[in-house]
Design a protein around this ligand. Structure first.
Ligand SMILES: [Mg+2]
Length: 294
Protein backbone atom coordinates (compact mmCIF):
# COMPACT_ATOMS: atom_id res chain seq x y z
CA UNK A 1 0.00 0.00 0.00
CA UNK A 2 1.26 3.46 -0.86
CA UNK A 3 0.65 6.55 1.19
CA UNK A 4 -1.43 8.04 -1.63
CA UNK A 5 -3.70 4.97 -1.66
CA UNK A 6 -4.06 5.10 2.09
CA UNK A 7 -4.99 8.77 2.11
CA UNK A 8 -7.49 8.23 -0.70
CA UNK A 9 -9.08 5.40 1.31
CA UNK A 10 -9.24 7.49 4.51
CA UNK A 11 -10.69 10.42 2.56
CA UNK A 12 -13.39 8.15 1.17
CA UNK A 13 -14.13 6.75 4.63
CA UNK A 14 -14.27 10.23 6.15
CA UNK A 15 -16.80 11.30 3.50
CA UNK A 16 -17.89 14.91 3.40
CA UNK A 17 -19.06 15.11 7.00
CA UNK A 18 -17.38 18.50 7.19
CA UNK A 19 -20.23 20.55 8.50
CA UNK A 20 -20.51 24.25 7.99
CA UNK A 21 -17.24 25.24 9.64
CA UNK A 22 -14.89 23.11 7.55
CA UNK A 23 -14.16 25.00 4.31
CA UNK A 24 -11.47 22.55 3.17
CA UNK A 25 -10.64 19.17 4.73
CA UNK A 26 -8.33 16.33 3.63
CA UNK A 27 -6.58 16.92 0.31
CA UNK A 28 -4.69 20.17 0.72
CA UNK A 29 -1.60 21.25 2.63
CA UNK A 30 -3.77 22.60 5.42
CA UNK A 31 -7.40 22.34 6.39
CA UNK A 32 -9.42 25.55 6.39
CA UNK A 33 -11.89 26.19 9.17
CA UNK A 34 -14.07 29.26 9.48
CA UNK A 35 -15.02 29.94 13.09
CA UNK A 36 -18.54 31.10 13.90
CA UNK A 37 -18.76 34.81 14.64
CA UNK A 38 -18.77 35.63 18.36
CA UNK A 39 -17.34 32.24 19.33
CA UNK A 40 -14.09 31.09 20.88
CA UNK A 41 -12.33 27.99 19.60
CA UNK A 42 -10.84 25.62 22.20
CA UNK A 43 -8.08 23.16 21.33
CA UNK A 44 -6.71 20.03 22.91
CA UNK A 45 -4.31 17.30 21.85
CA UNK A 46 -3.93 13.81 23.30
CA UNK A 47 -1.61 10.95 22.58
CA UNK A 48 -2.62 7.30 22.69
CA UNK A 49 0.42 5.03 22.85
CA UNK A 50 0.67 1.29 22.35
CA UNK A 51 1.81 -0.34 25.59
CA UNK A 52 0.70 2.67 27.63
CA UNK A 53 -2.93 3.41 26.78
CA UNK A 54 -3.76 0.22 24.90
CA UNK A 55 -2.22 -3.02 23.62
CA UNK A 56 -2.86 -4.73 20.30
CA UNK A 57 -3.89 -7.89 22.20
CA UNK A 58 -6.61 -6.28 24.29
CA UNK A 59 -7.81 -3.54 21.92
CA UNK A 60 -9.06 -4.11 18.40
CA UNK A 61 -8.10 -1.60 15.70
CA UNK A 62 -11.55 0.00 16.05
CA UNK A 63 -11.14 0.20 19.85
CA UNK A 64 -7.85 2.06 19.39
CA UNK A 65 -9.43 4.52 16.94
CA UNK A 66 -12.41 5.07 19.24
CA UNK A 67 -10.31 5.54 22.36
CA UNK A 68 -7.83 7.93 20.72
CA UNK A 69 -10.63 10.30 19.74
CA UNK A 70 -12.66 9.76 22.93
CA UNK A 71 -9.78 11.03 25.08
CA UNK A 72 -9.70 14.33 23.20
CA UNK A 73 -13.48 14.68 22.94
CA UNK A 74 -13.66 14.35 26.71
CA UNK A 75 -11.45 17.44 27.01
CA UNK A 76 -13.80 19.35 24.67
CA UNK A 77 -16.67 18.23 26.91
CA UNK A 78 -14.88 19.53 30.01
CA UNK A 79 -14.73 23.02 28.46
CA UNK A 80 -18.46 22.91 27.67
CA UNK A 81 -17.68 23.19 23.96
CA UNK A 82 -19.33 21.86 20.85
CA UNK A 83 -16.97 19.70 18.74
CA UNK A 84 -16.00 21.22 15.37
CA UNK A 85 -13.04 19.43 13.79
CA UNK A 86 -10.07 17.19 14.56
CA UNK A 87 -6.68 16.19 13.13
CA UNK A 88 -5.18 12.77 13.62
CA UNK A 89 -1.56 11.68 13.24
CA UNK A 90 -1.02 7.93 13.18
CA UNK A 91 2.20 5.95 13.20
CA UNK A 92 1.81 2.19 12.79
CA UNK A 93 3.79 -0.88 11.66
CA UNK A 94 3.03 -1.65 8.03
CA UNK A 95 2.79 -5.37 8.87
CA UNK A 96 -0.58 -4.67 10.55
CA UNK A 97 -1.90 -4.11 7.04
CA UNK A 98 -4.87 -2.42 5.47
CA UNK A 99 -7.38 -4.30 7.59
CA UNK A 100 -6.04 -2.89 10.82
CA UNK A 101 -5.92 0.58 9.32
CA UNK A 102 -9.52 0.35 8.08
CA UNK A 103 -10.64 -0.84 11.51
CA UNK A 104 -8.82 2.03 13.18
CA UNK A 105 -10.52 4.65 11.01
CA UNK A 106 -13.87 2.89 11.36
CA UNK A 107 -13.69 3.15 15.17
CA UNK A 108 -12.49 6.73 14.96
CA UNK A 109 -15.02 7.91 12.39
CA UNK A 110 -18.02 6.16 13.97
CA UNK A 111 -17.41 8.10 17.18
CA UNK A 112 -16.72 11.27 15.16
CA UNK A 113 -20.05 10.97 13.38
CA UNK A 114 -21.84 10.42 16.68
CA UNK A 115 -20.52 13.76 17.94
CA UNK A 116 -20.62 15.56 14.58
CA UNK A 117 -16.93 16.35 14.52
CA UNK A 118 -15.19 16.52 11.14
CA UNK A 119 -11.88 14.83 10.33
CA UNK A 120 -9.97 17.75 8.81
CA UNK A 121 -6.57 16.15 8.16
CA UNK A 122 -3.56 14.52 9.75
CA UNK A 123 -0.43 12.53 9.06
CA UNK A 124 0.58 8.90 8.52
CA UNK A 125 3.90 7.21 9.23
CA UNK A 126 5.34 3.71 9.18
CA UNK A 127 6.81 2.88 12.61
CA UNK A 128 7.41 -0.19 14.76
CA UNK A 129 4.62 0.58 17.26
CA UNK A 130 1.23 2.25 17.12
CA UNK A 131 1.26 5.88 18.18
CA UNK A 132 -1.74 8.14 17.78
CA UNK A 133 -2.02 11.86 18.34
CA UNK A 134 -5.43 13.51 18.08
CA UNK A 135 -5.96 17.26 18.10
CA UNK A 136 -9.56 18.35 18.60
CA UNK A 137 -11.18 21.74 18.35
CA UNK A 138 -14.54 22.83 19.70
CA UNK A 139 -16.47 26.10 19.89
CA UNK A 140 -18.18 28.02 22.67
CA UNK A 141 -19.91 31.42 22.70
CA UNK A 142 -17.09 33.90 23.40
CA UNK A 143 -15.99 33.99 27.02
CA UNK A 144 -18.16 31.10 28.22
CA UNK A 145 -15.75 28.12 28.19
CA UNK A 146 -15.80 26.16 31.46
CA UNK A 147 -12.49 26.43 33.32
CA UNK A 148 -10.80 24.57 36.17
CA UNK A 149 -10.23 27.87 37.92
CA UNK A 150 -13.79 29.04 38.69
CA UNK A 151 -14.60 27.11 41.90
CA UNK A 152 -15.42 29.24 44.97
CA UNK A 153 -15.65 28.35 48.67
CA UNK A 154 -19.26 27.35 49.37
CA UNK A 155 -19.76 25.78 45.91
CA UNK A 156 -21.13 22.25 45.74
CA UNK A 157 -18.99 19.57 44.06
CA UNK A 158 -20.67 17.20 41.58
CA UNK A 159 -19.81 14.29 39.32
CA UNK A 160 -21.85 13.25 36.27
CA UNK A 161 -21.80 9.49 36.83
CA UNK A 162 -20.60 6.45 38.76
CA UNK A 163 -16.86 5.94 39.07
CA UNK A 164 -14.23 3.25 38.87
CA UNK A 165 -15.52 0.97 36.13
CA UNK A 166 -12.57 1.34 33.74
CA UNK A 167 -10.10 0.85 36.59
CA UNK A 168 -12.02 -2.17 37.83
CA UNK A 169 -12.03 -3.72 34.33
CA UNK A 170 -8.27 -3.33 34.23
CA UNK A 171 -7.64 -4.64 37.75
CA UNK A 172 -10.10 -7.45 38.20
CA UNK A 173 -13.20 -8.29 36.27
CA UNK A 174 -12.23 -7.69 32.67
CA UNK A 175 -15.46 -8.81 31.11
CA UNK A 176 -18.01 -6.97 33.20
CA UNK A 177 -16.85 -3.40 32.60
CA UNK A 178 -14.80 -4.13 29.53
CA UNK A 179 -16.52 -1.57 27.31
CA UNK A 180 -15.66 1.23 29.77
CA UNK A 181 -12.00 0.36 29.24
CA UNK A 182 -12.20 -0.26 25.47
CA UNK A 183 -14.81 2.26 24.33
CA UNK A 184 -15.09 5.11 26.82
CA UNK A 185 -17.98 7.50 26.14
CA UNK A 186 -17.04 11.18 26.37
CA UNK A 187 -19.76 13.34 27.98
CA UNK A 188 -19.97 15.85 25.13
CA UNK A 189 -23.67 16.73 25.34
CA UNK A 190 -23.55 16.92 29.12
CA UNK A 191 -20.58 19.31 28.99
CA UNK A 192 -22.56 21.75 26.87
CA UNK A 193 -25.51 21.41 29.21
CA UNK A 194 -23.29 22.29 32.18
CA UNK A 195 -22.08 25.42 30.37
CA UNK A 196 -25.67 26.50 29.76
CA UNK A 197 -26.52 25.81 33.40
CA UNK A 198 -23.72 28.18 34.39
CA UNK A 199 -21.57 25.91 36.55
CA UNK A 200 -18.48 27.49 38.10
CA UNK A 201 -15.66 25.05 37.16
CA UNK A 202 -15.25 21.77 35.33
CA UNK A 203 -12.69 19.06 34.48
CA UNK A 204 -12.98 15.64 32.85
CA UNK A 205 -12.01 12.61 34.92
CA UNK A 206 -9.20 11.08 32.90
CA UNK A 207 -6.62 10.43 35.60
CA UNK A 208 -8.80 9.62 38.62
CA UNK A 209 -11.08 11.56 41.02
CA UNK A 210 -8.41 12.31 43.63
CA UNK A 211 -5.91 13.73 41.12
CA UNK A 212 -8.40 15.61 38.93
CA UNK A 213 -10.15 17.13 41.98
CA UNK A 214 -6.74 18.21 43.24
CA UNK A 215 -6.25 19.99 39.87
CA UNK A 216 -9.50 21.96 40.25
CA UNK A 217 -8.45 22.95 43.79
CA UNK A 218 -5.01 24.05 42.60
CA UNK A 219 -6.37 26.15 39.72
CA UNK A 220 -9.23 27.62 41.78
CA UNK A 221 -7.07 28.17 44.92
CA UNK A 222 -9.62 26.44 47.16
CA UNK A 223 -9.87 23.11 49.00
CA UNK A 224 -12.51 20.41 48.69
CA UNK A 225 -14.29 18.24 51.23
CA UNK A 226 -15.24 15.00 49.55
CA UNK A 227 -18.30 13.56 51.31
CA UNK A 228 -19.36 10.73 49.08
CA UNK A 229 -17.67 8.62 46.40
CA UNK A 230 -20.27 7.21 43.96
CA UNK A 231 -18.61 3.90 43.07
CA UNK A 232 -20.20 1.66 40.45
CA UNK A 233 -21.30 -1.76 41.67
CA UNK A 234 -18.47 -4.19 42.54
CA UNK A 235 -15.93 -1.36 42.24
CA UNK A 236 -13.65 -0.87 45.26
CA UNK A 237 -13.45 2.52 46.95
CA UNK A 238 -9.80 2.66 45.94
CA UNK A 239 -10.70 2.20 42.26
CA UNK A 240 -13.43 4.86 42.43
CA UNK A 241 -11.17 7.35 44.23
CA UNK A 242 -7.98 6.90 42.24
CA UNK A 243 -8.78 4.90 39.09
CA UNK A 244 -8.30 6.60 35.73
CA UNK A 245 -10.31 6.77 32.50
CA UNK A 246 -13.79 7.32 33.91
CA UNK A 247 -14.33 10.19 31.46
CA UNK A 248 -17.14 11.58 33.60
CA UNK A 249 -17.20 15.32 34.31
CA UNK A 250 -16.30 16.71 37.73
CA UNK A 251 -17.65 20.21 38.33
CA UNK A 252 -18.66 22.79 40.91
CA UNK A 253 -21.67 25.09 41.08
CA UNK A 254 -22.91 27.71 43.55
CA UNK A 255 -25.31 26.33 46.21
CA UNK A 256 -28.12 28.44 44.77
CA UNK A 257 -27.81 26.85 41.32
CA UNK A 258 -30.26 24.00 40.83
CA UNK A 259 -28.52 21.04 39.17
CA UNK A 260 -31.10 18.49 37.94
CA UNK A 261 -30.68 15.00 39.43
CA UNK A 262 -30.37 13.43 35.96
CA UNK A 263 -27.29 15.59 35.29
CA UNK A 264 -25.05 14.87 38.27
CA UNK A 265 -24.60 13.56 41.81
CA UNK A 266 -23.44 15.94 44.59
CA UNK A 267 -20.30 14.53 46.21
CA UNK A 268 -18.89 17.28 48.38
CA UNK A 269 -18.26 20.97 48.86
CA UNK A 270 -15.59 23.54 48.24
CA UNK A 271 -14.05 25.41 51.18
CA UNK A 272 -11.40 28.11 51.62
CA UNK A 273 -7.92 26.89 50.83
CA UNK A 274 -6.54 24.76 53.65
CA UNK A 275 -3.33 22.84 54.29
CA UNK A 276 -4.38 20.03 51.99
CA UNK A 277 -6.31 20.47 48.75
CA UNK A 278 -8.70 17.55 49.29
CA UNK A 279 -10.20 16.13 52.52
CA UNK A 280 -12.04 12.83 52.76
CA UNK A 281 -13.42 11.44 56.05
CA UNK A 282 -11.81 14.29 57.99
CA UNK A 283 -8.37 13.44 56.67
CA UNK A 284 -6.23 14.87 53.87
CA UNK A 285 -6.54 12.81 50.69
CA UNK A 286 -3.31 12.48 48.76
CA UNK A 287 -3.88 12.52 44.99
CA UNK A 288 -2.96 9.07 43.72
CA UNK A 289 -4.42 8.98 40.23
CA UNK A 290 -2.49 8.46 37.06
CA UNK A 291 0.52 10.74 36.94
CA UNK A 292 2.48 10.07 33.74
CA UNK A 293 5.77 11.16 35.26
CA UNK A 294 5.41 9.74 38.78
MG1 LIG B 1 -8.76 16.66 30.57
Amino acid sequence: MSELDLIAAIRKQAGSSGGRALIRGIGDDCAIVRPKLGHDLVYTSDMALEGRHFTLDTHSAADVGHKALARSLSDLAAMGSKPVFFLVSLAFPQRLGKRWLNGFYRGLLTLAEQHRIALAGGDLANYDRVLVDVTCSGEVPAGTALLRSGAKPGDVLYVTGLLGRAAHALAADLRRYRKFQLRPEPQVELGQRLRKLGVSSCIDLSDGLSLDLHRICQESKVSAILEHVPAASAVTEEEALHGGEDYQLLFTAPKTKRIPADVAIPIGQMVPRGKSSVYYRDRPLTPAGFDHFA
